[in-house]
Design a protein around this ligand. Structure first.
Ligand code: ATP
Ligand code: MG
Length: 339
């Protein structure tokens, strides 16, 4: 879908912001660009939609050299959410979202319907927000509008630069979860820049880690964590390793195989909800979230129940999960990453 080949960017004949990087973003995936401040993330992102021109190298989208297309035409197919939200302050929310559709000369009814649909999609009531100005919204609400604007003309590609950067940790986590679900529904190709590694692990299918403009490794979060290409990659994750490991391994990974996927159902026990109905657990939940829920509800453990006959075939407590996590990790390190 998006292919960068030997891309370099030198600013003012001296700053080598990006140094000979190559990678490929697959259709439908969320691809993260990570690394410390100044490592070249934003520059790399901006070369994809030609806000910055590479000093050398080639960028292709769907096999077509981006320099062969007019930037305005190219950008209609690429939504862009910028680092500091960047809503137009004198435009209402409605007008902000309608920017690209207006440029594309959509008729008024179609634009209005689209604005309404998008505001609902990002969880803002159109009646309340459509006619307000950006500064009357909170940071988190503005960020949602920024996302709605990027989605407006339904572009197949979306570039996002620190889209949740301005938010407090709680709101950030909430919006992140919602946006990830949204991404799963709409099936776009997304390039996400972030210096928050937890965000990267939660949102991205694959990551590209840069240091000082040089590509260190491209791979799934797990590959970077358990099979680092070099010492830099290893030490980049060192101080958050335990939490990242728990985020990158899922509940289904540590369940025994004698009850195969599809035949089993997982429930919290005792039930978490007040109505005493059993509360089902999704198997693809990261262990981090499972343990967190368990800790918050104290005595819960997980019952694994056979789907057909309803028998309990396994039961897991907090320490069982941690033990299985340790065993699974050893397998990952010795046997390589099969997930
Ligand atoms: N227009 C410019 N002119 C000169 N130097 C620039 C320009 N834009 C970026 N740079 C330099 O290029 C390097 C990479 O910048 P870039 O904005 O890509 O970093 P980043 O990884 O996005 O950092 P951050 O996490 O702080 O946003 C930095 O050293 C920066 O000073
Ligand atoms: Mg940046």
């Amino acid at each position: 879908m998006i292919r960068l080949r030997n891309i370099s960017k030198i600013f003012d004949d001296q700053t080598k912001a990006v140094n000979d990087i190559s990678f490929h973003v697959k259709k439908g995936e969320t691809f993260g660009l990570i690394g410390t401040s100044g490592c070249g993330k934003t520059t790399t992102l901006k070369m994809i939609n030609r806000l910055v021109e590479p000093t050398s190298g080639l960028i292709k989208i769907d096999g077509k050299d981006v320099t062969s297309q007019k930037p305005e035409v190219l950008r209609r197919r690429i939504g862009y959410v910028i680092q500091d939200i960047g809503l137009f302050p004198h435009y209402t929310i409605k007008e902000n979202i309608a920017t690209v559709p207006s440029l594309l000369d959509w008729d008024i009814e179609r634009i209005q319907a689209r604005v309404k649909e998008l505001l609902e999609l990002v969880g803002l009531s159109p009646n309340t927000y459509a006619d307000r100005l950006p500064q009357t919204l909170s940071g988190g609400q503005q960020q949602r509008v920024g996302l709605a604007r990027a989605l407006a003309a339904d572009p197949p590609i979306i570039l996002m630069d620190e889209p949740f950067g301005a938010l407090d940790p709680i709101t950030k986590r909430e919006i992140r979860g919602e946006v990830r679900k949204l991404f799963e529904q709409i099936n776009k190709t997304i390039v996400l820049v972030t210096h928050d590694i937890f965000e990267a692990f939660e949102m991205c299918d694959r990551l590209c880690l840069l240091d000082d403009g040089i590509l260190q490794q491209v791979g799934t979060p797990r590959e970077l964590l358990f099979n680092p290409a070099n010492n830099f990659v290893d030490s980049f994750f060192a101080s958050n390793r335990f939490q990242l490991e728990l985020l990158s391994i899922r509940l289904s990974d540590v369940l025994t195989e004698n009850n195969s996927l599809g035949e089993r159902e997982l429930y919290w026990s005792p039930p978490l909800s007040e109505e005493h109905t059993y509360h089902q657990i999704e198997e693809d939940k990261p262990l981090y979230n499972v343990l967190e829920e368990m800790e918050q509800s104290r005595e819960s453990n997980i019952k694994i129940i056979h789907r057909i006959d309803g028998k309990v075939i396994d039961s897991l407590g907090f320490s069982d999960i941690l033990n299985r996590f340790q065993t699974y990790k050893k397998q990952l390190k010795t046997g390589g990453d099969h997930g």
